[in-house]
Structure formats: structure tokens, C-alpha cells
Design a protein around this ligand. Structure first.
Ligand code: ADP
Ligand code: MG
Ligand code: MG
Length: 252
């Protein structure tokens, strides 16, 4: 199984330290959740791992199966098996959803071993059915004019199509109604296997009613301050974050 090892990671944005000596290891077969109040650096962590140029990594490492992710170009990270669903997916005009996904799949494969058009269409149909998406979405420009919920569904479609080794999903549940939440959760649950590890970043506990994480981590002020099992998410739903702040003597 694959392993993503985030070690002692420190990330700055415009000179201020947002992620502080952050440590986490995710293995294939495991689902981890990071929860935490707004502004604690959850999205910064995801963006930094994916190689967003605005985020400066001043310390630490991110290693996927022995390879230094931070040394890779952004497209190499995807090719190495890393997948990131952003909190705010971007729109690409002039590129259809189907074309985008087909080239994303092929860029992960060796030259001469590209997925055939027939196989691609069959797979895309199957996954779209599973996500209860209208077939018309395959010919629409990527994310252009998609509603918030449609974008999130489309991110999960990419996940099912690309079959990464490790996925980081940032607020994949935000803005979803209950039906979309169920569909998106089913998609993630379907991926669960020894060859897939997942980090779910969420502000709310409700996604975790559908996906049972193996580990739950609470993030505050740029680092993990508490870890536990699925019961930790339930406690957060019931009691919020204040008790942790008190326990740790953290001031707002
Ligand atoms: P979360 O996802 O946990 O809500 P973020 O990672 O989005 O938190 O933000 C963490 C902190 O970094 C916040 O104080 C936010 O204002 C700051 N921050 C995030 N992105 C930028 C940016 N592009 N420029 C300046 N500050 C930023
Ligand atoms: Mg936020
Ligand atoms: Mg965020």
C-alpha cells in the first residue's frame, strides 16, 4: 500500500507562518479526517501539498512512497498518484469535462498505453451513473457555470476516473444538499481499498455520518492538536471546539 508522509511541514503565505511543524502519515486503506475551525490552515495545507506557488514551504517534507513530492512539478504530483479536490474548483473554458478527464487519465499512463476511447466512454458513463450525474455534463466546459454542488460532484467524478493512490479532499461537503452529500459519500466509500488512502478536510461533522474515518485529527493554529477515532468527530459535533481549546490552554 502507498504511504503519504507529511513531516514537520511549515508553510508561509506572504511571510506569515500558517502551517507550523505539521506531521501526518496516511496509508492506503486508511481514511483520515482533519477538522478544525475556520482559518486554522486546513486549505493552506492542501494547497501547499499540491504545489500552489503562493505557498512557501520553509521547513519539512512531503514524501509519497519514498519520493519527494515537493520536488515534483504539479502535474508530476498527479502522475505520482496524488489527487487534490480543492475547496474552490477552478473553471476551464473551452475544455470539455470529458476531454479534461481523458487527458488527465492519459497523462498518468505511459505513451502508447493510452486508454481507448471506447473504454474511456464506458468508464465515464458508469461513474456518472453512480454519481447520478446527467450525461450532458461530460460535454460541458469544465466547471463553467456549474453550481457549487455540481462542482463537488464533478471533483468526485475525477476521483473515480483517475483512481489516485492518495486523495486530499478539501471541504468536498460544503454547499451540498443531503442527496448530493449521500452521492458524494458513496463515491468516496466506493474507492475504499488497500490501494487508496484519503484525507478528508471538513469543517462540519455531517460528512462523517456517511464516511467513517479511521482517524480524526483536530487542527488549530496550523497544527494537529488532537487525534482520535470516529468518536472524536461525534464529540466535536456535540460540543464544538471550545473544550479542546480549554484542555490545551489555547487562546482565540
Ligand atoms: P481554513 O481552510 O482552515 O479555513 P485557510 O488555510 O484557508 O484556513 O487559511 C489559514 C490562514 O491563512 C487564514 O488566516 C487566512 O487568512 C490565511 N490565508 C490563506 N490564504 C491566504 C492568501 N492567499 N493570502 C494571505 N493569507 C492567506
Ligand atoms: Mg475556511
Ligand atoms: Mg478551507
Amino acid at each position: 500500500a502507498s504511504t503519504l508522509k507529511i513531516e514537520d511541514l511549515t508553510v508561509e503565505i506572504e511571510g506569515s507562518e500558517i502551517i507550523k511543524h505539521f506531521n501526518l502519515e496516511i496509508k492506503g486503506g486508511e481514511i483520515h479526517a482533519i477538522m478544525g475551525p475556520n482559518g486554522t490552515g486546513k486549505s493552506t495545507l492542501a494547497s501547499a501539498i499540491m504545489g500552489h506557488p503562493k505557498y512557501e514551504i520553509t521547513h519539512g517534507s512531503v514524501i509519497l512512497d519514498g519520493e519527494d513530492v515537493l520536488e515534483m512539478e504539479v502535474d508530476e504530483r498527479a502522475k505520482a498518484g496524488l489527487f487534490l479536490a480543492m475547496q474552490y474548483p477552478s473553471e476551464i473554458s473551452g475544455v470539455t469535462n470529458a476531454d479534461f478527464m481523458r487527458s488527465a487519465i492519459n497523462s498518468k499512463r505511459e505513451e502508447g498505453d493510452e486508454i481507448s476511447l471506447m473504454k474511456f466512454i464506458r468508464k465515464m458513463d458508469e461513474k456518472m451513473d453512480k454519481l447520478e450525474m446527467n450525461q450532458a455534463f461530460s460535454q460541458r466546459y469544465l466547471n463553467e457555470g456549474f453550481s457549487g454542488g455540481e462542482k463537488k460532484r464533478n471533483e468526485i467524478l475525477q476521483l473515480l476516473m483517475l483512481e489516485p493512490k492518495i486523495a486530499i479532499l478539501d471541504e468536498i461537503d460544503s454547499g451540498l444538499d443531503i442527496d448530493a452529500l449521500r452521492v458524494v459519500s458513496n463515491g468516496i466509500n466506493e474507492m475504499k481499498s488497500e490501494s487508496f488512502g484519503c484525507l478528508i478536510i471538513t469543517h462540519y461533522q455531517r460528512l462523517l455520518n456517511y464516511i467513517t474515518p479511521d482517524r480524526v485529527h483536530v487542527m488549530m493554529q496550523g497544527r494537529i492538536v488532537k487525534s482520535g477515532g470516529a468518536e472524536l468527530a461525534e464529540r466535536l459535533e456535540a460540543d464544538g471546539y471550545d473544550w479542546i481549546k480549554e484542555e490545551l490552554g489555547i487562546e482565540d
